[in-house]
Write a new protein. Sequence first.
Length: 171
Amino acid sequence: MLETTRLKLVPLTHAQLILYKNNPQALAENLGVKYEVRQNDPGVAKDLEEAIEFWLDKTQTCAHAFEWYTNWEILLRHEGVAIGGIGFAGLPDDEGKSMVGYGLDVRYHSKGYATEALQAMVEWGFSHDALKVIIADTPVGNIPSHRVLVKNKFRVSNRDQDLIHWRLDRS
């Protein structure tokens, strides 16, 4: 678990991910937080479904390093509620790269929570010698996500018609 001023980030185990997918209220109970129905951006529903299946597969097959392959639930420390998730897409590759992704319940946008959570994940990731570069992709029109990355010192490495590709090198 990681803690920041306002947040706790909890890496979900395989068993917790099953609850995440099938019984979010039971997951909230398991984590000791209040249950609120998550209000995700409808535009990311398909990506989230794919991510859940990835997490379920990888946390089972890569249990020794599940933290690199799971959703880290973002919890508000003082309110005791889950507001989103963040995580890497796996162990660093041969070049020392791993991708990060994040998403928040729409009710918690524009409050600095994603920036704070990403800062904690960057610090955690770079505490592992194998990680040299963190990459991220955002839709061209997702200005709030661009701001989160810029505040965490990511820079644009490339762009195409649909996506902006970002990177942060270990300093």
